[in-house]
Design a protein around this ligand. Structure first.
Ligand code: XIL
Length: 406
């Protein structure tokens, strides 16, 4: 190669290295080797220790730290900082105590902020002999946490994290990247691949960085039921690389968090489960971080897949853990004694499958009571999917759960 060509290459490299970051571009953070200055009219703003971004506005000498809109009990810039230390195991014969005695991390439930003003509901929710883990049903989703670009609200998520912390319960973060409950500024923003990469990095990095030390559903529902990739703004702009980008950002933001991909209809042998198995193999072969697969398990009474345990074993054989993340088992209403008895058997079979697979770390029901289930408003004419009824009384399904853990 001629000396002039080497010089030209070097000059291009140098000019690239000193170029200012564009609006919304990255301008700092642990591991960042690019430019730390922003184009005029934008300011380099610390989003979290791993990510600073050029946000519209005037530069100040000290980049401001974006803080939550409320003041949680822990320092607001980082949010709750507990690590995934396993809480002491409760004793007794309730659902979480039995799950722990069976060697699992938790038996847990989804909950939502609006439910936390129901004192009878909260009394059961707070009892860690019943529940050792909480999932926020809505308040950590994209529309709730970054409704406008670069504007983060942690209020709802912090409330649920604090509810869990006070009662010695583990949190599952849910979720970073999903086609649904996605603000239109993301879905209709017309972003380039580079811009959307930065947006995903910022969103996942900020969320996982804020809610430190949790388990996270980083990618939610990436596949269609036929096993093809879901066509959404992430896939359509970035192809499958959006999964890598989200997982890597989550890992960088909190190396102590277990990072998962979560989906439904992967609980039985078929095209969708095969696609998820292939994705995990592919990620592992390329060294992309992934710790677990979440099987949602939104089932129908009498139709719990018989291949559930074998599917979980196929995932754990690839070197990831699994969790049952959103269990409910719905029926066509009205409920009958026969349907409730079948539901008891169904819950027992699902818990037994997790119990039998050493890499299955725990089971979460998608709210413990029919009072707050998402099922009736989503599946017309169906309901009664949870182990406690709408009056907060245990159903036969609860006995199925405890029988299986015992
Ligand atoms: C549901 C919530 O429970 C509802 O309150 C909301 O209206 C819609 O989303 N799969 C998921 C969850 O991953 O986030 C969904 O939660 C249920 C299906």
């Amino acid at each position: 190669m001629k000396l002039s060509a080497i010089f030209l290459g070097l000059a291009a490299y140098v000019s690239l290295a000193i170029a200012q970051s564009q609006e919304w571009g990255q301008c700092g953070g642990i591991g960042w080797a690019g430019s730390t200055t922003c184009v005029s009219g934008t300011a380099c703003t610390v989003i979290n220790p791993y990510y600073s971004q050029c946000l519209p506005g005037t530069a100040s000498t000290t980049p401001p730290v974006i803080t939550p809109t409320t003041t949680p009990t822990t320092p607001p810039s980082t949010g709750p900082t507990s690590t995934v230390s396993i809480p002491p195991s409760p004793t007794g014969t309730n659902s979480n105590a039995l799950a722990r005695a069976a060697g699992k991390l938790y038996f847990g439930t989804a909950t939502d902020n609006s439910e936390l003003s129901d004192t009878a509901y909260v009394a059961i929710l707070s009892d860690n002999t019943y529940f050792g883990q909480l999932s926020p049903a809505n308040s950590m989703k994209w529309d709730a946490t970054e409704p406008e670009q670069g504007v983060f609200t942690f209020t709802g998520g912090d409330q649920i994290v604090n509810q869990a912390k006070v009662h010695g319960q583990i949190m599952r973060g849910h979720n970073c990247v999903w086609y649904n409950q996605l603000p239109s500024w993301v879905s209709n923003g017309g972003f380039t691949a580079a811009q959307l990469t930065s947006i995903i990095q910022n969103h996942c990095g900020t969320l996982v960085g804020h809610y430190q030390g949790q388990i996270w559903d980083v990618v939610n529902e990436p596949f269609n039921d036929d096993g093809t990739w879901r066509s959404d703004v992430f896939y359509n702009t970035l192809g499958t690389s959006y999964v890598d980008i989200a997982l890597q950002a989550a890992r960088a933001a909190d190396p102590g968090t277990k990072i998962y991909i979560n989906d439904y209809n992967i609980e039985m042998t078929g095209a969708k489960a095969t696609s998820m198995l292939n994705l995990i193999k592919n990620l592992k072969s390329r060294g992309i971080p992934v710790d677990g697969v979440g099987l949602q398990c939104h089932f129908i009474v009498g139709e719990v897949p018989t291949s559930l345990q074998s599917i979980m074993q196929q995932f754990t054989a690839l070197g990831v853990e699994v969790a049952i993340t959103e269990l409910d088992i719905r029926m066509t209403l009205p409920a009958t004694n026969a349907l409730l008895a079948q539901q008891e058997t169904d819950y027992k079979n699902v818990i037994s499958a997790c119990k039998a697979v050493s890499g299955c770390v725990g089971v979460t029901v998608w709210d413990y009571t029919d009072k707050y289930s998402w099922v009736p408003s989503t599946f017309s004419g169906q309901g009664e999917a949870c182990p406690w009824d709408a009056n907060l009384q245990k159903k036969p399904a609860y006995s199925g759960i405890t029988a299986a853990w015992s």
